[in-house]
Design a protein around this ligand. Structure first.
Ligand code: SF4
Length: 105
């Protein structure tokens, strides 16, 4: 079943999602956003909160494994650094990554 979650490694606690959709998001004890409801998770408000998140910390997971994978960036060593993914990774970032990888080798 599809699940809505906030990547706590990526969340910067800006509050945009909480302001846009308080039905689904609230601040946890550490000051970062948490999902508080899994009801109606494809609503327009959830979509708006997702697109307004400056770090792309809000995502859907199909399985617990998906959720875990979202915490790992395969393009650099930082956890939840910026939610790089192949579709969004532009050539410049790819080039930087490749040269870093070459330097490290
Ligand atoms: Fe965190 Fe994104 Fe929500 Fe801001 S909009 S509090 S960064 S999840």
């Amino acid at each position: 079943m599809k699940k809505l979650f906030v990547n706590k490694e990526a969340c910067i606690g800006c509050g945009a999602c909480v302001a846009i959709d308080p039905e689904h998001f609230d601040f946890g004890d550490e000051g970062y956003s948490e999902v508080i409801s899994q009801e109606n998770i494809e609503s327009a408000n959830v979509q708006n909160a997702m697109s307004s998140c400056p770090t792309n910390a809000i995502n859907y997971a199909e399985t617990a494994e998906d959720e875990e994978e979202e915490h790992q960036c395969e393009h650099c060593e930082k956890k939840g650094c910026c939610n790089h993914n192949d579709e969004e990774l532009d050539e410049e970032i790819k080039g930087d990554f490749n040269s870093e990888a070459e330097n490290a080798a």
